[in-house]
Design a binder for this molecule. Structure first.
Ligand SMILES: C[S@@+](CC[C@H](N)C(=O)[O-])C[C@H]1O[C@@H](n2cnc3c(N)ncnc32)[C@H](O)[C@@H]1O
Ligand code: SF4
Length: 458
């Protein structure tokens, strides 16, 4: 049986499930959290094991946006008052100093990603002050890769030039959809001409990789109107396209998903068709599908990373490089020391207050067990390479038989192939990858979460 466009399979596998930007997923982190001592010790351990060779990554969360897009599931803080910028940057730099004081050597920074909210809410002066402040205590790794998220409506030439001069070579623009009815429903009016101008400006300045974020499954989207969005997108030839499945999670506090009715959302089969259409049109335009949600031109680093099997996935999604230690700075940012995770306070005021008292602003976390570490690697392999193997001693799981038992139905449905020591997800079943990972998720198997937590898998 072929999985493509099979409505029965879509119905069967479209269930609530994690997006696996981490394992264990955040709702399954230890209820007791992580002690500060465990957190700082694992950061130091990871740093000492990796800083000299591969370097470390920084994720900096810049949460402010001038207006609320009503589809958005990110951690943001809506304000038009730019007076918030100074204090926020001061706090990020103070938090960075807490980490610097913990580490024995100068950090060597390989990756920086500015995420949001909207990093381009901040003035060029403040963005420069922040990056210069980071490098007062760090050096650049010999191969570095700096990127940021930008809102086309408020990005200026000056910001693009300033960040480029600071070493940023990649940017991603939030597009979502070009149809006026959809834009109105999601409260995000954004003209193609605006995107075109800012896209060309970025290329002219010298940005190596430009990504466009498009979402399928938004209110009032249909096969006809999404064609225009896709046609406009490929016309500009971004190096990467993120084609996200709309995550409808209005039950999460503060997410602000409103302004449309659930009846306005395309249903299972329709949504699957939107995905299939996007995939086909991107393919026809020369793009190659990478992991889950992503397409790239063969000239982009991400494509090379996939071919060479060093694609990585973390809280920001897919990345072409991996570091063992990723420090997250800013409100709600999640850090990953490989051996543990920690998340910062989710309200700007709480975050600022904690840091101003000289404290690490983490409010929850998780110390990974040996079993967690093995499962984490299996899930990473599946999400990045569509296959995983338990042939080597360090990848063996004592529960593998139970896991494979849970996967027999997917094998019968011709979505995966199980071999003696290995599992391969069929290319045509890429859309069901989250369901495959769920079979490995022993925490989810043990305890089904109470109430709705996750978005639908398809
Ligand atoms: C922090 S936002 C982008 C930066 C900037 N604030 C903007 O809006 O242009 C990152 C991306 O997450 C995606 N996103 C946000 N909420 C989503 C949701 N509910 N479902 C799927 N993708 C979502 C959007 O594509 C968005 O461009
Ligand atoms: S999509 Fe971007 S601009 Fe809109 S609310 Fe979310 S983070 Fe802010």
């Amino acid at each position: 049986m072929q999985s493509k466009n099979n409505p029965k399979l879509i119905q069967k596998y479209n269930i609530p499930g994690p997006r696996y930007t981490s394992y264990p997923t955040v709702p399954f982190w230890d209820k007791e959290g992580i002690s500060l001592q465990n957190w700082t010790e694992t950061v130091k351990r990871s740093f000492n094991e990796s800083n000299d060779e591969e370097g470390i990554s920084l994720y900096i969360h810049l949460p402010f946006c001038e207006s609320l897009c009503t589809f958005c599931a990110c951690h943001k803080h809506i304000t038009k008052h730019h007076s918030v910028e100074d204090e926020y940057i001061d706090t990020v730099l103070k938090e960075w100093k807490l980490y610097v004081d913990l580490l024995d050597n100068k950090p060597s920074i390989r990756e920086i990603h500015l995420g949001g909210g909207t990093p381009t809410f901040f003035s060029s002066e403040n963005l420069k002050r922040m990056i210069d402040g980071i490098f007062d205590y760090a050096s650049r790794h010999e191969v570095y890769d700096f990127s940021f998220e930008a809102h086309p409506n408020d990005t200026t030439r000056e910001q693009l030039q300033t960040l480029f001069d600071l070493g940023f070579t990649r940017t991603s623009f939030g597009i979502q959809d070009y149809d006026p009815t959809v834009q109105q429903a999601i409260n995000r009016i954004q003209k193609f001409e605006t995107v075109k101008r800012i896209h060309h400006l970025s290329k002219e300045i010298g940005y190596e990789s430009i990504s466009h974020d498009i979402i399928f499954g938004l209110p009032h989207q249909n096969i006809e109107n999404i064609k225009t969005t896709i046609a406009n997108t490929v016309k500009l030839r971004p190096d990467r396209i993120a084609y996200y499945s709309y995550a409808h999670v209005p039950w999460i506090k503060g997410v602000g998903q409103r302004g449309f009715d659930e009846n306005d959302l395309p249903k299972d089969e329709e949504k699957r068709e939107l995905y299939e259409l996007g995939k086909q049109l991107f393919f026809e335009a020369g793009y190659i599908e990478i992991g889950m949600d992503h397409f790239a031109l063969p000239t982009d680093k991400m494509y090379k990373a996939m071919v060479e099997k060093h694609l990585h996935r973390n809280f920001m999604g897919y990345t072409a490089g991996k570091t063992k230690l990723m420090i997250g700075l800013g409100m709600s940012a999640i850090s990953d020391s490989w051996y543990s995770f920690a998340q910062n306070e989710k309200r700007v005021e709480d975050y600022v207050n904690r840091v101003n008292k000289g404290k690490f602003p983490i409010f929850r976390g998780h110390l990974l067990t040996d079993e967690d570490l093995i499962i984490r690697q299996h899930i990473l392999n599946l999400m990045c390479n569509l296959e995983t193997s338990w042939a080597t001693e360090e990848m063996k799981l004592k529960n593998i038989d139970k896991i494979l038992e849970r996967l027999t139905e997917m094998q019968d449905d011709n979505l995966i192939q199980i071999y003696e020591n290995k599992l391969v997800v069929k290319e045509s079943a890429r859309m069901f990858i989250r369901n495959v990972c769920m079979a490995f998720d022993l925490k989810l198997a043990k305890t089904q979460p109470k109430g709705r937590i996750f978005s639908m898998t398809i």
